[in-house]
Design a protein around this ligand. Structure first.
Ligand SMILES: Cc1ncc(COP(=O)(O)O)c(C=O)c1O
Length: 364
């Protein structure tokens, strides 16, 4: 069986380092917002060349707290992609604001910047570009629009730790970069976790309040906040893996090159890497009208594959009561019917990629 991601292989190679890091936390008996969280925040800020990083409980909370810090509330509109994980848009609706969906580019699966301006209204307050599957969204035109219309940008970097756009790391081009450390992500813990990076000092302070019940001084609460703290065991695990992140991402890129070399079908669209972008292949996602036959052949040969995402967000029941411009979201719908993600992780073997590609080349 070849899985989509094999976390045991990575654990085996890092076992000594990770076990020692966890043991240190157990010995310190400091479990929430301790020295590992502070150190991880500094390390992630330094990695991004940005002054502030704040650890939170998940990638979803990173988005939610960033929107709260922007002051998003009822009546506001936030523009985002309909082709993403639900978290990107449900945080908007949880704040009683309206998600406004803009269609995607079929090559990168990211929001098409040429279609954003027509969706901006007097109520628009922010844009959430998603760097889906590890490929950076086309940020220059998005930053330009945000400047012109005075909008905040919250980058959803959950799938793209380490990816770059014209030399800039994702998460550093908007007002906030939001990361997830869910166990299968490129940089991950062994549980839930998240991080917000920002260049705004007052926003970083606000997020620190928001993550801890609106409190800077114990039992004194200045704003309504959450329990959204990162724990020490997760931070210790993530710090250990952080030392290897560039190698992990490089191996993902090498695996993507191998897939590209071995897959030989002109009825399959392979992932692209646009000029100036560095893709970190959280997923290796192909597109084909013969998707269902290909998936069946892979399953028959004990190879996992997955459809990310089968239902675009504007078709989700949770948003069905909203007045959504479905006619202009056709590329997302086409992609939902054609995409297939193949096994992708740094430790995937070249013989496995050759075998998966052979099955794929011969599928009907
Ligand atoms: C694009 C995207 N946004 C947000 C999230 C939410 O992250 P988390 O699961 O850590 O809450 C995820 C991942 O799960 C994601 O893939």
């Amino acid at each position: 069986m070849i899985p989509m991601v094999d976390l045991q292989r990575q654990y085996k190679t890092l076992k000594a380092e990770i076990d020692a890091a966890i043991q240190n936390v157990l010995d310190s008996a400091q479990f929430i917002l301790g020295p590992n969280v502070s150190a991880l925040e500094k390390e992630i800020a330094a990695y991004h060349g940005i002054p502030y990083a704040v650890g939170v409980a998940s990638g979803t909370d990173a988005l939610l707290l960033a929107l709260r810090a922007c002051g998003i509330r009822e009546g506001d509109e936030v523009i985002t992609s309909p082709f993403t994980f639900i978290a990107t848009a449900d945080v908007i609706a949880l704040l009683h604001a309206t998600p406004v969906f803009v269609d995607i580019e079929p090559e990168t699966f990211n929001m098409d910047p040429g279609k954003i301006e027509e969706k901006i209204t007097a109520h628009t307050k922010a844009i959430i570009p998603v760097h889906l599957f590890g490929h950076p969204a086309d940020m220059n035109p998005i930053v330009d629009l945000a400047r012109r219309y005075n909008l905040k940008i919250v980058e959803d970097c959950a799938q793209a730790f380490g990816a770059t756009y014209h030399g800039k790391k994702v998460g550093t081009m908007g007002d906030f970069g939001c990361f997830s450390f869910f166990p299968s992500k490129n940089l991950a813990g062994y549980g839930d976790g998240g991080m917000i990076v920002t260049k705004h000092s007052e926003m970083a302070e606000r997020i620190k309040l928001l993550r801890n019940h609106g409190s800077a001084v114990k039992y004194h609460h200045t704003i309504l906040g959450y329990n959204s703290r990162l724990d020490e065991i997760q931070a210790a695990v993530i710090r250990t893996k952080m030392q290897h992140i560039d190698i992990f991402n490089r191996k993902r890129r090498e695996n993507a090159d191998l897939y590209r070399r071995h897959i030989e079908r002109d009825d399959i669209n392979l992932p692209v890497e646009k000029a100036g972008c560095m893709h970190v292949y959280h997923q290796f996602t192909i597109r084909s009208k013969k998707r269902d036959g290909i998936m069946a052949a892979l399953t028959k040969n004990d190879i996992s594959s997955a459809i990310y995402y089968p239902v675009p967000l504007h078709r989700q029941e949770v948003f069905s009561h909203r007045n959504i411009d479905e006619d202009n979201l056709k590329i997302s719908e086409m992609c939902a019917g054609e995409v297939l993600s193949l096994p992708m992780f740094p430790e995937l073997e070249s013989e496995e990629i050759r075998f998966i590609s052979d099955v794929l080349n011969n599928a009907h």
